[in-house]
Design a protein around this ligand. Structure first.
Ligand code: HEC
Length: 123
């Protein structure tokens, strides 16, 4: 049998741990909120989360010719932010539409990112 005194000590230690855990969670949340407010996900992050699965390093693992290198973008008329944004918004063939997943601004930013990466050949 544990004494009532031991039980009380145990209980107060337990409550203390709970409070500490709660404070920890609360501060972490605040940090997370502050992060999203001050640094929105960059275009590079949007690309790696949404596009790199098929377009790693500017390639196209499904339709090899339709990659994101400058030559292909020019050939298929995808060498402008407007045209890439339109494709990303609405999708085409196997490529999914992103209008429900990304904001208009994210789509424009990721399109600009594709063009700028193409300029340096994704290096
Ligand atoms: C499931 C695979 C997949 C994902 C994910 C994907 N794409 Fe594509 N992408 C394709 C395919 C397939 C094509 C070729 C479409 C066609 O013309 O039939 C393509 C074509 C393109 C083209 C035109 C390339 C050219 O040379 O004409 C661009 C630009 C592009 N994607 C950008 C993106 C961006 C930016 C994202 C992320 C927001 C993305 N893609 C996500 C599969 C994908």
């Amino acid at each position: 049998m544990i004494s009532l005194n031991k039980f009380k000590k145990f209980l107060s230690a337990f409550v203390l741990i709970l409070i500490l855990a709660f404070v920890e969670i609360a501060t972490n949340c605040q940090i997370a909120l502050a992060d999203t407010a001050t640094n929105p996900a960059t275009a590079a992050e949007v690309f790696s989360a949404n596009c790199a699965g098929c377009h790693i390093n500017g390639s196209n693992i499904i339709r090899r010719g339709k990659n994101l290198k400058q030559k292909a973008l020019k050939k298929y008329g995808m060498d402008s932010i407007a045209n890439i944004s339109n494709l990303v918004t609405n999708g085409k063939g196997i490529m999914p539409a992103y209008k429900d997943r990304l904001s208009e601004q994210q789509i424009i930013d990721v399109s600009a990112y594709v063009l700028s990466q193409a300029e340096t050949d994704w290096k």
